[in-house]
Design a protein around this ligand. Structure first.
Ligand SMILES: [Ca+2]
Ligand SMILES: [Ca+2]
Ligand SMILES: [Ca+2]
Ligand SMILES: [Ca+2]
Length: 482
């Protein structure tokens, strides 16, 4: 059976049930107490007003109210008169002049007091419930628009940027821990990657020198390197590159062995001083994962390679103490990247980069190795993102929460608190490079799953009932294409 919207309303149903319960309790109590105090049982007194209402709205010919005609009006009138006259003849109440006893009065007052107290408490709860519901409705409305916005940004971002994930894999995924003031942000990764603009050993401090190029993978003398890449060994740098920034293109080089015959020439088969361009070079068609498969990631790296100017989109989650929080609310970052305390505000921020073939010095005017060789080596901020490095390259100053700066832009408005977010991109290897591998999990169409918990920041929460902190969890999958 379908109920009307009013009957499906929780608050209405609750009120109705409470009303019935109170009336039943009253009637039962009266029927129980009446004989005890010597009051004889008698028919319940008639109430003319209620009877007329009952006739008009319930017993009366209901169709009449939809389409009254002269016949039905006459019939209704005669029915009504008959009803009234019959009742008057058959039910004549004998008025009992006996007054209430003191016990009856006391019982009545006590019951009335109990009912009033319970009723007032119930009303208070209903008011609180209503406020919570309206806070939640507001959140869902905001959520809908903002998630749609995020999804369209991601959809337009391109495919998984394995180069930056490899860079992140090498640099580590540690997060900032401890008290998070506005000058000390957490949530995102603590180590800067340099976005592929700095090679191993190059300084990625703001304004630091751009230097050190890519390293090559080389099988050793008599020991093939295998297909696990050369981050920690078998590389031309002769050192463990873990914790070192990776130049853009370094992930693809993990799938290439410059000394595939594993002899003692260090990859320079023809002895011309270069280890590439020889007979012992081999595209392996297999290599390392750019991130741990299935593990939720804190940042999303996407790339559009096929555009006239290749473009990258980087989304990160950062969290800091909410500048509008009450003084008692704290915000502490934990080692696993989560945060504790009700004084935090989390954001999803984005940065867009465009690729340039500028060479190792990252300059369109200064000549340097690899300049105009057809391979992108410089990632500068897109024109509408103003970055502080030379040639508008990003510096990613990890110590400033992005309010009022233009390098990173918040995706959501300031009254939204992104309590947590994680990205799970698939697949975990670039299938274009892994053409020799049979693993079905890397032969799927790329997509990313986004898990988010959203609430309101203190600028909005101040206007709510104390303690009201509605939150909503959302999971969405976005298919990725270039
Ligand atoms: Ca070689
Ligand atoms: Ca060789
Ligand atoms: Ca050579
Ligand atoms: Ca180049």
């Amino acid at each position: 059976m379908r109920n009307s919207p009013l009957e499906r309303n929780r608050a209405y149903a609750l009120l109705k049930t409470v009303g019935h319960a109170v009336i039943s309790a009253f009637s039962s109590l009266f029927l129980l107490l009446a004989p005890l105090v010597g009051k004889p049982r008698k028919p319940l007194p008639e109430n003319r007003f209620f009877e007329i209402l009952d006739f008009v709205f319930v017993s009366g010919p209901r169709h009449f109210w939809k389409r009254p005609t002269a016949i039905s009006a006459g019939r209704s009138l005669s029915t009504f008169l008959h009803f009234v006259l019959e009742k008057e003849r058959r039910f004549v109440e004998k008025k009992d002049p006996k007054a209430f006893t003191l016990v009856e009065v006391l019982v009545a007052i006590t019951v009335l007091a109990i009912v009033l107290v319970l009723g007032l408490q119930g009303l208070g709860q209903i008011a609180g419930y209503r406020t919570n519901v309206s806070d939640r409705v507001d959140l869902w409305q905001d959520l809908y628009y903002n998630v749609e916005r995020l999804v369209s940004i991601v959809k337009d971002g391109g495919v998984i940027d394995y180069e930056e994930y490899w860079n992140r894999f090498a640099m580590g995924t540690g997060t900032n821990v401890g008290n998070l003031s506005s000058a000390n942000i957490g949530g995102g990764y603590a180590n800067l990657t340099g976005f592929g603009n700095y090679g191993a050993g190059g300084s990625i401090a703001p304004g630091g020198a751009f230097w050190a190029g890519q390293y090559l993978c080389l099988s050793g003398n008599g020991t093939p390197m295998g297909t696990g890449g050369c981050l920690s060994s078998f590389n031309s740098a002769g050192a463990d590159m873990t914790g070192m920034p990776q130049r853009y293109g370094q992930y693809a080089l993990q799938f290439f062995d410059a000394n595939a015959n594993a002899n003692g020439d260090l990859g320079d088969e023809n002895g011309d001083g270069r280890s590439t361009g020889d007979d012992d070079d081999e595209e392996l068609g297999a290599g390392p994962a750019a991130f741990v498969p299935g593990e939720p990631l804190r940042e999303l790296y996407l790339i559009k390679k096929n555009s006239a100017v290749p473009e990258r989109l980087i989304l990160r989650w950062v969290v800091a103490a909410d500048p509008n929080r009450p003084s008692w609310a704290t915000c502490v970052g934990n080692a696993d990247g989560s945060v504790t305390g009700s004084g935090c505000i989390g954001r999803v921020e984005m940065l867009r980069l465009v690729g340039r073939d500028y060479g190792i010095a990252h300059s369109g005017s200064v000549a340097s190795s690899w300049r105009f060789d057809g391979k992108i080596d410089t990632w500068e901020c897109r024109g509408d993102f103003h970055c502080a490095g030379n040639e508008n390259t990003p510096v990613w100053s990890g110590s400033s929460f992005n309010i009022g700066t233009t390098e990173w832009v918040s995706v959501f408005p300031e009254d939204i608190n992104v309590k947590s977010v994680s990205f799970s991109p698939y697949p975990h290897k670039d299938y274009r490079l892994s053409w020799k591998e049979n693993d079905p999990s890397i032969r799927i169409a790329p997509y990313v799953r986004i898990d988010m918990t959203l609430g309101f920041s203190w600028i909005r929460r101040k206007k709510f009932n104390a303690g009201s902190d509605p939150q909503a969890h959302v999971t969405t999958s976005v298919s990725l294409s270039d």
